[in-house]
Structures are given as C-alpha cells and as structure tokens.
Design a protein around this ligand. Structure first.
Ligand SMILES: Nc1ncnc2c1ncn2[C@@H]1O[C@H](COP(=O)(O)OP(=O)(O)OP(=O)(O)O)[C@@H](O)[C@H]1O
Ligand SMILES: [Mg+2]
Length: 264
C-alpha cells in the first residue's frame, strides 16, 4: 500500500460521524487501510476514486452493512454522534434506521408507492394511526421531490415508475424513518441526465435535514453536490478536504491526475 498521508482537516460545524483507523479485510485480502474520516453534519461528503479502491466497502462500514458479508472483517472505530456503532450494545436495526442507504440500482419493493414509503414507519412503529402514516408518507414523498408526480396514484406499484422516479421513491423510503445520515452508492449511475439533475438538486435540498455521504464516479457531480470530498486510491484516502479545494487546487499529484482523467 502507498504512503500514508495526513488528511486531517478542520471541519467547520458539527461532526456527525467519525471513522478512526478503519481496516477492512475480505478473507486475507485487505480492502481498506487505516481510514480516518470525519463526516460533517448537514453537509454532503463525496467519496471518489477509481473502481475497486474501496468506496463501497467504506460506505458499508458506516451502517455495518459489511456485517452481512461473511468473509468481511472490520477493525477500528466508527462513531455516530460520538457513540461507537460497533459496540456490543449498539442495536444494528436501530443503527440502520439512523443511517439509511440508497443503492446504485433503484430497488423499490414489489408493493404500491404508498406501501414502499410506509414500510419502514410501519415496522419501526413510527405512526400511531393511519392519519399519522399518511402524513409521514406525504412528507417523505415531498422531501424526495416526487409528491407532485405520484400523489394521484399512490396505490400503483412502485415498479411502474420511471427509473429516476424509482430512485426518488427509494430516497423517500429512506427518509420515511427519519434517518440522521443517508448513504448513497452511485445513486445516479442508472439514470438519464434529466433524472440525474433532479436527484442532484434533491441531494442539495436534503442536506438541510440530513447528513449525506455519496459515492460517485462522476467528477462534475461530486463538484456540484458536495461540500467535502475524499479521494480514495488502493484502499487508502489519498486526500480529503473541501470540495472546492480538491477540485481546484489538490495537494496531491494522484488527486490531480484522477480528477483530470489521467487514470481510473
Ligand atoms: N463481497 C466481497 N468479497 C470479497 N472481496 C470484495 C467484496 N466486496 C469488495 N471486495 C473487494 O474489495 C475491494 C474494494 O471493493 P469496493 O467494492 O469497495 O470498491 P469500489 O471503490 O466501491 O469500486 P467501484 O467503483 O467499482 O464500485 C476490491 O478489491 C474488491 O474486489
Ligand atoms: Mg462501489
């Protein structure tokens, strides 16, 4: 693995999550090496870097999705509001409600639009009656920028929506359980440019209420939507900083080469 770089920068405002000295192994193979990263509250943090550098692996450390992969071992600490999420007394179901996830491919449940969004609130007991549930569903669809397009057909299947609408439905589903953090792994890679622009606009609005970590291969997207950017390479963070600085004046040559398309 390459040379370790001190990527500590001062984040203005509150820190929502902190990763400290994270190593991840799949069997004997090390996928992440000594990752340290602070995630600023109510900001968008972008994770960029070439394929296979460990972005998705790192994202999955933040809500313990790696626990579901048998060969995967995570070392180090991750905190959410200063509480260790890998401690024995952390309830993983509660954790994943607080740190929600949106995947690359829109994956609505084979249920109605309404039931897709109502699913989480129902299993977590967040609504006491139908009226409260309706309210949560409406608000989530509004925040996901989908309400106007679907309010007349909440009982039709989620899978009948366009790809971009399905992705916003998945965002509404994540929002419905009031997460603090939303992890997004290449949420726009299956979308056309218009749907992508909508989701990007949405991400910018969502940061008012949520902390967002987004993996993207699209440099313009990282530059447009995020306030902080971490550049991963070969399982390490080469550089982390304010997005504007990373894209206009990176400190590391490897970052410069990547953002200008010289490798990856
Ligand atoms: N389930 C798994 N089992 C074994 N190895 C894995 C698994 N998932 C990822 N890896 C390995 O870990 C390394 C990092 O993979 P990861 O998926 O985190 O990269 P990535 O940066 O998200 O790549 P991409 O941009 O292609 O999505 C790779 O070498 C990959 O082969
Ligand atoms: Mg990935």
């Amino acid at each position: 693995m390459g040379q370790q770089v001190d990527n500590h920068i001062n984040i203005s405002g509150r820190i929502r999550m902190q990763a400290k000295n994270i190593d991840v192994f799949y069997g004997d193979k090390q996928a992440l090496n000594k990752i340290n990263l602070d995630i600023a509250a109510n900001q968008v943090t972008a994770l960029i870097g070439p394929s296979g550098c460990g972005k998705s692996t790192f994202l999955r450390c933040l809500n313990r999705m790696n626990d579901t992969i048998d060969s995967c071992k995570v070392k180090g600490d991750v905190t959410l509001d200063q509480r260790d999420i890998y401690s024995r007394d952390m309830d993983v179901v509660e954790l994943r409600a607080r740190v929600g996830m949106v995947f690359q491919k829109p994956n609505p449940f084979p249920k109605s639009i309404f039931d897709n969004v109502a699913y989480g609130p129902r299993i977590h007991g967040l609504a006491h009656n139908r009226q409260e549930l309706d309210k949560i569903v409406d608000l989530s669809l509004k925040r996901a920028g989908l309400y106007d397009e679907v309010s007349e057909r909440l009982n039709t299947p989620g899978t009948s929506l366009s790809g971009g609408q399905q992705q916003r439905l998945c965002i509404a589903r994540a929002i419905a359980i009031s997460p603090e953090v939303i992890l997004m792994d290449e949420p726009c890679s299956a979308l056309d440019p218009i749907a992508t622009a909508k989701v990007e606009e949405l991400i910018d609005e969502l940061k008012e209420h949520y902390t967002i970590v987004i993996v993207t291969h699209n440099m313009q997207q990282a530059a447009r939507v995020s306030q902080y950017t971490a550049f991963f390479h070969l399982g390490e963070i080469v550089e982390f900083g304010e997005t504007e600085k990373i894209f206009t004046n990176p400190a590391e040559k490897r970052t410069q080469d990547y953002i200008t398309g010289r490798f990856g």
